[in-house]
Design a protein around this ligand. Structure first.
Ligand code: FES
Ligand SMILES: [Fe+2]
Length: 356
């Protein structure tokens, strides 16, 4: 399936694009370089110097300019060449790099890959990252998974695998029978599940009472195109209701690198945690960060990457034998497909490469 272009993708955590540095990322198969200039502004340029096509990411930032590391042509944040250090210093007319619109919001750098005028209001709401106290926010983390982002979206929107693949850590088999509720509002898909009186998963025992006693659990995953998800997962005393419990809000942001690899940015915010000392809070924060990275990297990633391999190896065009638990992922993929189809009908909306 082609990529949706006229939408916001996460390019990087803001903090990972330090002042006067370049960060190279392939996005939708295109080479992009993010630069933060001395004034603190972030820009995203097509990562190819128009002179001899060197990767600009092999150069450096000097003040407000991106300097090509090959022959030293300099570009401003808009991609216009502003200096040729050679000979009579004439700037050739074609010395322009394509710039992609960016917005910094919710401690992330977002990039717009299409030809339409960008619509900042369409960046999904992750303000919880801005509002939470740092001691409740786990590491703003990042991995690359060797799989198409749709497979990872299916994984995240499928609340049921938690009880099998992450058994004991995030869920348990006793929670398998709970109904999954699907809610679709415009282009936002939400799936919810509530389980009563089940063994407490390890991660939630850590964030809640640390006594190993049974709990009621809830999971509520919100999806927005193209691969932006927010998961409210929590536990409470059996019968006590959500307000008496605590939750971990998981932020999951998928950006296609290529057809078969995905940038995965994630973090988690603890909400309504029991009263603890600052040292205990920081220790729990670091444990939550470690648990989550372990879960995604050691449990989800190998499963998903082999799934991708099986799909690539298939000669028989297999169709998934879907279950009731797949309703959320199927709905989200359908919404995404509608937007991609619209772009396919109006090819001028998509841009093929880095030419201006
Ligand atoms: S390739 Fe960039 S200046 Fe020559
Ligand atoms: Fe998972």
């Amino acid at each position: 399936m082609p990529f949706l272009r006229n939408t916001w993708y996460v390019g990087a955590w803001s903090a990972d694009v330090a002042t006067e540095t370049l960060v190279a990322r392939t996005i939708l198969g295109e080479p992009i370089v993010f630069a933060r200039t001395a004034s603190g502004e972030v820009t995203a340029l097509y990562d190819r110097c128009p002179h001899r096509f060197a990767a600009l990411s092999r150069g450096h930032v000097s003040g407000e300019a991106v300097v090509c590391g090959y022959h030293g042509l300099q570009y401003d944040a808009t991609g216009a060449c502003i200096r040729n250090p050679h000979g009579n210093k004439t700037i050739p007319p074609g010395a322009i790099v394509r710039r992609f619109p960016t917005v910094e919001k919710h401690s992330l750098v977002w990039i717009w890959m299409g030809a339409e005028t960008p619509r900042p209001a369409e960046i999904p709401d992750f303000r919880i990252l801005d509002e939470a106290q740092p001691k409740f926010v786990s590491k703003r983390d990042y991995i690359v998974m060797k799989a198409n982002y749709a497979i990872i979206t299916d994984n995240l929107l499928d609340l049921s695998h938690v009880n099998i693949l992450h058994e004991g850590l995030l869920g348990n088999e006793q929670a398998n029978e709970a109904a999954i509720d699907l809610d679709v509002q415009d282009d936002t898909v939400t799936v919810r599940r509530f389980s009563e009186n089940v063994p407490v998963p390890k991660l939630f025992d850590l964030t809640f009472r640390q006594d190993g006693k049974p709990v009621d659990t809830w999971t509520e995953m919100r999806w927005n195109q193209p691969g932006c998800m927010l998961l409210d997962a929590g536990v409470t005393e059996p019968g006590a209701g959500k307000a008496a419990g605590t939750s971990v809000i998981g932020i999951h942001l998928l950006t296609p690198e290529t057809e078969t690899s995905t940038h995965y940015h994630f973090a988690a915010v603890r909400v309504n945690p029991p009263q603890r000392s600052a040292e205990e809070e920081l220790a729990i924060r670091d444990e939550v960060s470690k648990y989550r990275r372990f879960i995604f990297e050691s449990q989800d990633e190998p499963m998903i990457e082999l799934q991708q391999q099986r799909i690539l190896q298939a000669h028989d065009n297999p169709r998934p034998a879907l279950l009731g638990i797949d309703a959320g992922p199927v709905r989200a993929q359908r919404i995404l497909r509608e937007h991609i189809d619209r772009e396919a009908r109006e090819p001028q909306l998509a841009t093929a490469n880095g030419e201006r």
